[in-house]
Design a protein around this ligand. Structure first.
Ligand code: 3MF
Ligand code: MG
Ligand code: MG
Length: 341
């Protein structure tokens, strides 16, 4: 039995860099109703999804609001899967958060993250996610790459020390918003883990689209993390080649690639230790408001269809093709299975 999650930002108004919002917002309570209706149990949160206008509020006010959201989730039978500090929108993180060239800004990023750890505790989750959005450069000469990596390790150490229960899940992404990010792949992520004071508590969250943007195969990236027991969450979605981060519905661009992701998760017991099948999907801008969450429904449906495809896959035939080194035969075997022939 899989449990599913997504973040409230996945129900959105349709703004893009070239045009404004095209749908009226759903408020937080309306979004919670969508979770219930579509059978999602887990919520992925940014600190300011829980406490809007967080930079304008006192610590006491922030914790009070977080407590109220927690009680509402309890009433509805929903759980917070992750909390992530939104370190990329502040005026104080324009040059990066942990890797800003300004020591005051780096200190702000660490304080804001510690506060988000407190929010995570209030929400009842140990999963603390870092998407290192602005930890990179627009131009190579703007930052020192060695110092930058050291700053990230130092920030993680401060967070691990601050709370002995949290575990940090890095969500790697190779570019966007930056031209180049310092932690572009799961390999970089896991290497970083071993530089911290507590490698056991550092792992990864892998997003399909981010792997494709790095020119890598998402199921292999997931397999890599699984081999270290460090795949602690996923953002399933899809991506049509090397362009902006599209966050398309899971399986919508490449069914076979989606099948292979579900297969590596299913065959390695993903979810058995309480991990959620997380989505990070955007609906098309054209979608009318009252059906602007179909991408979530469809992605979940596709995941479950593909679980079925994995379970009914003829592995004995696969074994024979492999033994004969007949990968042309295996290729067709997979395609015909996906086509239901
Ligand atoms: C950007 C992302 C992010 C992260 C989120 C949680 C806004 O490409 O994928 O979504 O998933 O911040 O870490
Ligand atoms: Mg994305
Ligand atoms: Mg994501």
């Amino acid at each position: 039995m899989y449990r599913f999650s997504f973040g409230p930002w996945n129900i959105h108004e349709g703004a893009d860099p070239f045009g404004p919002a095209v749908r009226q917002s759903y408020d937080f309570q309306q979004k919670l109703a969508v979770y219930r209706e579509l059978g999602f149990e887990g919520i992925q949160f940014h600190d300011d999804d829980i406490v809007p206008d967080i930079e304008q509020k006192s610590y006491a006010e922030i914790m009070k609001e977080a407590g109220a959201v927690r009680r509402r989730l309890d009433e509805l039978g929903l759980v917070a899967e992750i909390v992530a500090p939104r370190l990329w929108e502040s005026e104080r993180t324009i040059d990066g958060a942990f890797t800003s060239n300004d020591a005051k800004e780096r200190a702000y990023a660490i304080e804001r993250s510690k506060q988000a750890v407190d929010i995570a505790r209030e929400m009842g989750t140990n999963n603390f996610v870092l998407w290192l959005a602005r930890e990179g450069t627009y131009i190579r000469e703007a930052k020192n790459p060695v110092d930058s990596v050291n700053y990230i390790v130092d920030a993680m150490n401060q967070l691990l020390e601050y709370d002995s229960n949290i575990r940090i899940l890095i969500e790697p992404k190779p570019n966007e918003p930056m031209d180049h990010a310092y932690i572009p792949t799961i390999g970089h992520t896991l290497a970083l883990a071993y530089r911290t004071i507590d490698p056991k508590r550092v792992g990864g969250l892998i997003e399909t689209a981010h792997c494709i943007l790095a020119g890598l195969d998402p199921s292999d990236e997931m397999g890599y993390a699984l081999s270290f027991d460090k795949l602690w969450s996923v953002h399933l979605n899809d991506q049509n080649g090397l362009k902006y981060d599209q966050d398309k519905s899971f399986g919508s661009d490449n069914l076979r690639r989606a099948f292979n992701q579900v297969r590596v998760l299913e065959e390695n017991g993903y979810g058995k230790n309480g991990e959620f099948v997380g989505l990070d999907v955007k609906v098309m801008r054209t979608q009318p408001r009252d059906i602007s969450y179909k991408h979530l429904e469809n992605s979940k449906k596709m995941f479950l269809h593909l679980v079925d495809k994995v379970r009914t896959y003829d592995k004995e035939a696969e074994r024979q093709f492999i033994a004969a080194r007949d990968y042309e035969g295996l290729d067709l075997h997979v395609l015909e299975h996906l086509m239901g022939r």
